[in-house]
Design a protein around this ligand. Structure first.
Ligand code: BGC
Length: 513
């Protein structure tokens, strides 16, 4: 690629292409990122709705009865498999949908996939808001899940592909920023809706239609990514789009690289389907990283807080109102800290953010576990002082997640696959996220019931493992153009380089990688 670059940015060691960060790129990025808003709204809304009595009476009368029994064990009062299924069904549906979405993404483009997501969302929110029985409610959640599967597959890829390399992190994290905004808006909606009887929960669930409508309308004005256009044979419009989003006609070098990546991908895909190619040793580095980033992201324990914050805070002895309000506070911290990530990710890099966060999350989890162990008995509440202390520690924990594992769990898998396996590989990231989100959503209340305060030590132990993983196996990808990851990152990494073919000894590649 000698001579293929226009500017060399001092300091980061990686040459950059020509072109500015145009307003059009930001607008496209902001619209695509609203896909995250829908995801976030659904994460945030279920915990609050399941804490609302009107909702419980209608769909889960036994949980309602248990919740109001005075002597019920604090840690167990919300432990109900069907209630957990309400939260988790969405993630199972999203898991299945992500594999379909990866094909739709390759065949019809990132933009169409996001449009499909918004339609699923509109249908799902209507069904949930009008539900008269549990099956109808679950079908609505499944529709929303299909929307999450499609949206989460397409939006991060879209963002990574339209962004100039040196701001790719920031632009991609707009997705996560929207996730956090969605969660926050949902907590506020829950807080307000909880005092509207008996229809409050219907408004809360129906509210998911608002971000879906924004995405649907917005997607009519955004462009398709140049890569997806060229990949689907629309070479001229691919170049015209690249000129438009870079704000210059001088995009020859970058366009050539996209074209070369598409030509290579077409040739390879003719020989072998992308999912089969993922089984090859050279696909292992990005695949292992993509899956691990998402599995670890969930094992930070974040969704124990995001889904069940109101329930968790009630367990700690807050009144129903106070617990929803605390969820609003943690949601606010989540949003603000994600902005920190946008500002830092392309400067300090991915690895430093992840490692700092591991230390901060570990300390906070261990402290919450310790306080709960000593001060939250099964049948009584902690004092006000300790309760506030727990909320503060949870904010410390959430802030570090929000500038690290939250956004980077989506960014890194979307930027590290070569084009020939990008959509298929990324679907493993989405589906791993959904699978482990499902497991946490389904199991957390039962785990809290049996493990009690030790649940926080359980997550703390995972944080140690993920810190070691980052130290040893995660390469820095800051500033490297997406289509150059193989040569500049994987082939140079002390461990992952062994996955690449040394024609002299292919057997050795297989056995060591
Ligand atoms: C995760 C979600 C989580 C959210 C919290 C996302 O990146 O995938 O599972 O609830 O961050 O902000």
């Amino acid at each position: 690629m000698a001579g293929g670059f226009a500017v060399s940015k001092p300091g980061d060691g990686h040459p950059q292409f020509n072109g500015k960060i145009t307003w059009y790129v930001w607008i496209c990025g902001i619209v695509a990122a609203t896909s995250g808003l829908m995801f976030g709204y659904d994460i945030g809304i279920s915990g609050g709705v399941t804490a609302m009595d009107d909702f419980l009476v209608l769909f889960f009368p036994s949980v309602y009865a248990r919740k109001h029994r005075a002597m019920e064990n604090n840690y167990c009062k919300f432990d109900d498999q069907r209630l957990q299924l309400f939260t988790s069904s969405l993630y199972l549906a999203a898991l299945a949908a992500s594999f379909v979405a990866s094909r739709v993404c390759t065949r019809f483009g990132r933009k169409r996939t996001m449009q499909a997501a918004s339609v699923f969302f509109l249908g799902g929110s209507a069904l949930c808001a009008c539900a008269v029985n549990l099956p109808m409610l679950i079908v609505g959640r499944v529709c929303l899940g299909a929307g999450v599967g499609f949206g989460n597959q397409a939006a991060p890829l879209f963002l990574s592909e339209i962004a100039p390399a040196h701001v790719r992190g920031a632009l991609n994290i707009l997705f996560q920023l929207n996730v956090t905004l969605g969660i926050l808006v949902a907590s506020v909606v829950n807080y307000l809706a909880s005092s509207v009887h008996p229809l409050g929960w219907r408004y809360a669930l129906g509210g998911a239609a608002a971000p879906a409508a924004v995405l649907f309308l917005g997607s009519l004005v955004i462009t398709e990514t140049p890569t997806s256009l060229v990949e689907r044979g629309r070479v001229d419009s691919g170049r015209a789009t690249l000129e438009r989003i870079r704000g210059t006609r001088d995009v020859g070098d970058e366009f050539e690289e996209i074209r070369a990546a598409c030509a290579r991908a077409a040739e390879l895909n003719e020989q072998e389907r992308p999912y089969r190619r993922l089984a090859r040793p050279e696909s292992r580095p990005p695949l292992v990283i993509a899956i691990a980033m998402q599995v670890f992201q969930q094992f930070t324990g974040i969704n124990a807080i995001m889904f069940y914050a109101p329930v968790l805070f009630q367990t700690m002895g807050f009144e129903s109102d106070g617990s929803l309000l605390s969820a609003v506070v943690t949601g606010g911290v989540n949003v603000v800290s994600t902005v920190v990530s946008i500002l830092l990710v392309d400067k300090v890099g991915r690895r430093k953010l992840l490692l700092e966060a591991c230390a901060q999350m570990l300390a906070a989890q261990a402290a919450v576990g310790g306080i709960m162990l000593v001060h939250v008995r099964a049948d009584g509440a902690p004092t006000k002082g300790w309760s506030i202390c727990i909320v503060v520690l949870i904010c410390v924990y959430v802030s570090s997640f929000a500038w690290s594992w939250g956004p980077l769990g989506w960014l890194i898998p979307s930027e590290t696959f070569p084009l020939e396996t990008r959509a298929a590989g990324f679907s493993f990231a989405v589906s791993s996220n959904m699978l482990f989100t499902f497991l946490i959503a389904q199991a957390f209340l039962s785990m809290m019931c049996t493990m009690r305060a030790f649940i926080f030590f359980f997550f703390a132990a995972w944080i140690v493992i993920m810190g070691a993983f980052v130290l040893a196996l995660l390469p820095e990808t800051k500033g490297v153009p997406v289509d150059e990851m193989v040569d500049r990152v994987w082939k140079r990494h002390w461990f992952w380089k062994r996955c690449f073919r040394d024609d002299a000894d292919q057997a050795k590649v297989n056995s060591t990688c």
